[in-house]
Design a protein around this ligand. Structure first.
Ligand code: CO
Length: 178
């Protein structure tokens, strides 16, 4: 599946994704395609709406930028069931190339989800994994790093992204982003 990253302010990024009911070949193809895209851009995580698919699917790999250590994880219908503590992280996002925002989130989370077979799984994360889980789950509800920015920064980011969309065209390369 050839997938492309949607860049802010693509309206699809604002949509709410729907739960996955069918654990079929199409879902597996989407999962594989998302992992490929995430690795290609060295992203720590990717949510299906970022490739224009409004399904509750996220991919995470803390080692995307280390090809020999990669260990991608796919979570379908993820839900945070427990949280603890606070952490502030300077977050990036593949849909906002070159833009970062400090965001306060839970330091530890427990997430209930399903794998691509439909089996229930539980993931517990702290630090970067916790941040990535919360960031990607935000995407499934149309919530973006933009929403955590001040009024002034939003104005700046809007005009910066306009410029970037013109420069980047349909594809782009960048470093480690969420
Ligand atoms: Co993101």
């Amino acid at each position: 599946m050839e997938l492309k990253i949607r860049i802010f302010p693509d309206p699809v990024l604002r949509e709410k994704s729907v739960s996955v009911e069918e654990f079929d070949g199409e879902l597996k193809e989407l999962a594989t395609g998302m992992v490929d895209v995430m690795h290609r851009y060295c992203g720590v995580g990717l949510a299906a709406p970022q490739v224009g698919i409004l399904k509750r699917v996220i991919a995470i790999d803390l080692f995307s930028d280390q090809p020999q250590n990669r260990s991608p994880m796919i979570l379908v219908n993820p839900v945070v069931t427990a949280r603890e503590g606070e952490i502030v992280w300077n977050e990036g996002c593949l849909s906002f190339p070159g833009i970062y925002q400090e965001i306060k989130r839970s330091e530890k989370v427990r997430v209930k989800a399903q794998n691509v077979e439909g089996d229930e799984i539980v993931v517990e994360g702290e630090g970067l994994l916790s941040v990535a889980l919360q960031h990607e789950i935000d995407h499934l509800d149309g919530v973006l790093i933009y929403d955590y920015m001040s009024f002034l920064k939003r104005k700046l980011v809007k005009s910066e992204m306009k410029k970037k969309r013109r420069q980047l065209g349909k594809d782009y390369e960048l470093g480690r982003e969420l």
